[in-house]
Write a protein that binds this ligand. Structure first.
Ligand code: NAD
Length: 231
């Protein structure tokens, strides 16, 4: 028998209990930086050193944190379900938590790409990347991150995946960063939806939805146990 499909949309909140800050929870600052200074294409044009240093710090931090109970519980769901993670996060905590199908719609910290040929993508792990570090064709390397204001090329693939979901979990996202926030509207009518976030997020017009206003580290393992027991 075909396994039921679960699509899990995650945002910065799922990694908060691992020690990676969401920026919406910290007065508009992201790890002491203004987002416009470090995570936009304009910022890159203005000051490449500052942008590269910001992402170097994020990579160094990533090397020191661990997946939490929520990341690990999602990996357990694969015992009985066909699970697809669609994450807005740029960390690698889903991978390290054991999930196997992960679409990073906002890019990945552990990768960089050429500014002259976007198909040249390199794995850098947790290493620093500096001004003067070039791709094999001689162009400066940039973080492989979708900055604010840039197109989100994987959003169509994400929407296709959501259209096939029997169950959708939305975890730790404020539902205000578009286009990701619109994905829940692509679910088929039979799809049961769960929203896990301790703070209220806009849910108007979403049917068949259960809101669990709790932290991911507590609520996700419990929900995973319930889903595994009911299938
Ligand atoms: P967001 O818009 O997804 O908002 C964070 C949400 O997490 C909030 O709604 C908050 O209530 C919730 N939250 C906080 N603690 C939680 C917990 N313990 N359990 C469950 N939910 C919790 O994310 P953002 O911080 O506004 O970031 C927007 C974008 O910036 C992201 O989509 C991502 O591209 C990038 N970002 C990535 C990371 C990461 O990779 N870990 C961290 C910060 C920002």
């Amino acid at each position: 028998m075909n396994k039921k499909k679960i699509v899990v949309l995650t945002g910065a909140g799922i990694s908060a209990e691992s020690g990676i800050k969401t920026f919406r929870d910290s007065d508009g600052l992201w790890e002491e930086y203004r987002v416009e200074e470090v995570a936009t294409y304009d910022a890159w044009l203005r000051n490449q050193e500052l942008v590269l240093e910001f992402y170097n710090k994020r990579r160094r931090q990533l090397a020191t944190v661990e997946p939490n109970a929520a990341h690990k519980a999602l990996a357990r769901l694969e015992e009985k379900f066909d699970v697809q993670i669609v994450t807005q996060n740029v960390d690698d905590l889903h991978e390290r938590g054991g999930s196997t199908k992960i679409l990073h719609i906002h890019g990945e910290l552990v990768k960089v790409r050429s500014t002259g040929d976007e198909n040249l993508v390199y794995n850098v792990g947790y290493k620093d990347v500096n001004k003067g570090d070039l791709c094999e064709k001689g162009f400066q390397l940039r973080p492989n991150i979708v900055w604010f204001g840039e197109a989100v090329p994987l959003i169509e693939r994400a929407a296709e995946l959501v259209m096939e979901a029997d169950i959708m979990l939305v975890i730790g996202t404020s539902m205000v960063v578009y286009p990701a926030a619109g994905l829940i509207h692509y679910t088929p009518s039979h799809c049961k939806k769960y929203l896990i976030d301790p703070n209220s997020t806009p849910t108007r017009g979403i049917s068949n939805l259960e809101v669990i206003a709790e932290k991911a580290g507590t609520a996700v393992p419990r929900l995973v146990d319930e889903l595994l027991a009911s299938n």
